[in-house]
Design a protein around this ligand. Structure first.
Ligand SMILES: Cc1cc2nc3c(=O)[nH]c(=O)nc-3n(C[C@H](O)[C@H](O)[C@H](O)COP(=O)(O)OP(=O)(O)OC[C@H]3O[C@@H](n4cnc5c(N)ncnc54)[C@H](O)[C@@H]3O)c2cc1C
Length: 408
């Protein structure tokens, strides 16, 4: 029998794809992992904006099979950056012509007369590819707020295909004809929130295969046995979707903890009594270090509803102690100074800390994950998903990995 640890999108996908017998062990009392939805006072919120950009039509069909098509919103993405006194289209590097003239000239000059030629980390890559001005006006401050770390410590390719690269020709071409092509140019969103995707997947999993409210506390790799806070279960194959360092600890595998770093994201979901001024953006990026959040999103602009409904994201170091009450007041104050809250009254709110949120990817860590995954595979243990593979990927990527593992 297979034991699957975690009933998030990846664990449920593995269960849905496999032909083998299995049980899913989930510590929480509900399925979904990070892909949960909160319904409160008429607002629909996720743990953070969870929008699906499918690359593979068969995956979209698979996960949407039990969602009524007329409840699935298809949105063309509209996103901007609040920069000084204005909004600039995202991505910043392709829209520098929307900056004040002198800043535009600085960006253009630095892009073409760029002394930086070599790079071996994420920060230097930004200087090399885009020049000092684009790097320092947006790419560095924004990503420092998000990742909450020194960008020198990240791999050049830390964001993989999620980084909106653009060469000089594409940047110039965009001055005349906006080309919003990006990995998530369009996205889908169920009217009942992202949990609808999870509920759809769950339709393929019989209730008696799902053990909720049960935590795995130890894994005996020699006896092929999982110890939970309720029982012991033996397995033929173990599929884990929990954060990789946590799996190593449960298996008693020694590892260098200093190689593993990540950020936490504090998310506030905020509901107001009336609509705000921004009726167009799906989400907005904030590079200013004066403001606590790096990104906010407008659920009301996705649903077309008449009350402002926001998610607000703040990045923290993995070891930071987060005083949620302090940050709640600070966020409201910052939303006022950024002009997001004007006359609207807050009528409902919710918060969650996502820990880990973004893995800090670097070469040493990636090599260690690969070596240890290969070692675990010799014991029929497979670690998959964004946190299981300790990487930066989408839910669809996690589903693809689950399908590939189910076919092994
Ligand atoms: C801020 C933010 C925004 C994001 N936005 C998007 C987006 O728009 N689109 C997108 O595609 N992806 C997005 N993601 C990524 C997405 O959240 C993840 O890829 C996905 O939810 C991971 O699913 P998973 O099943 O692999 O892991 P998880 O959802 O983390 O599930 C793991 C499960 O394991 C359980 N568990 C942990 N420890 C134990 C234990 N010891 N015993 C038993 N159970 C245990 C947990 O309770 C959890 O339910 C975002 C992530 C973040 C942080």
């Amino acid at each position: 029998m297979d034991i699957i640890i975690g009933a998030g999108a990846t664990g449920l996908s593995y269960a849905a794809f496999t032909d083998r017998d299995y049980r899913i062990i989930e510590a929480d009392s509900a399925i979904g992992g990070y892909c949960k939805t909160i319904k409160q006072d008429g607002f629909v919120w996720d743990y953070s904006g969870h929008f699906f950009h499918f690359r593979y039509p068969e995956m979209e069909q698979f996960i949407c099979e039990h969602i009524a098509p007329d409840t699935l919103l298809r949105c063309r993405k509209h996103t901007q950056i609040q920069y000084g006194d204005r909004y600039v289209d995202f991505p910043f590097q392709k829209n520098i012509h929307q900056l004040p003239q002198q800043e535009f000239i600085d960006c253009l000059y630095d892009l073409f007369c760029n002394p930086y030629t070599e790079y071996s980390n994420f920060k230097d890559m930004l200087y090399c590819k885009f020049g000092r001005s684009i790097a320092e006006k947006f790419l560095i401050p924004y990503n420092e707020k998000l990742y909450a770390c020194d960008l020198n410590t990240l791999d050049c390719n830390a964001m993989g295909r999620f980084f909106p690269f653009a060469n000089k020709e594409e940047i110039i071409a965009n001055f005349r004809q906006s080309d919003s092509a990006s990995y998530n140019d369009h996205f889908t969103y169920p009217s009942g929130g992202a949990i609808e995707y999870i509920n759809s997947l769950k339709q393929r999993v019989p209730d008696d295969r799902l053990l909720l409210g049960e935590r795995v506390v130890r894994i005996d790799t020699a006896r092929k046995c999982v110890v939970t806070d309720k029982r012991e279960l033996t397995y033929d194959r173990l599929v884990s979707t929990i954060p990789f360092p946590q799996l190593l600890q449960l298996c008693g595998v020694e590892y260098d903890a200093s190689l593993y770093s990540w950020n936490k994201v504090l998310v506030f979901n905020l509901g107001f009594d009336s609509k705000g001024d921004d009726t167009r953006n799906n989400w907005v990026y904030f590079p200013s270090k004066e403001l606590s959040f790096y990104r906010i999103g407008y659920y009301d602009n996705i649903f077309g509803s008449d009350r402002m409904s926001l998610y607000v994201e703040l990045g923290f170091d993995k070891d930071a102690a987060i005083d949620v009450d302090y940050w709640f007041e600070r966020v409201l104050s910052d939303l006022r100074s950024a002009g997001i809250i004007t006359t609207q009254q807050l009528v409902s709110h919710h918060s969650v800390v996502m820990d880990p949120a973004y893995v800090h990817i670097n070469e040493q860590c990636t090599a260690d994950v690969q070596a240890k995954k290969a070692l675990l595979a010799q014991h029929d243990i497979y670690s998959i998903g964004r946190y299981g593979s300790w990487t930066y990927c989408s839910i669809e990527d996690g589903m693809c990995e689950a399908r590939a593992t189910a076919k092994l």
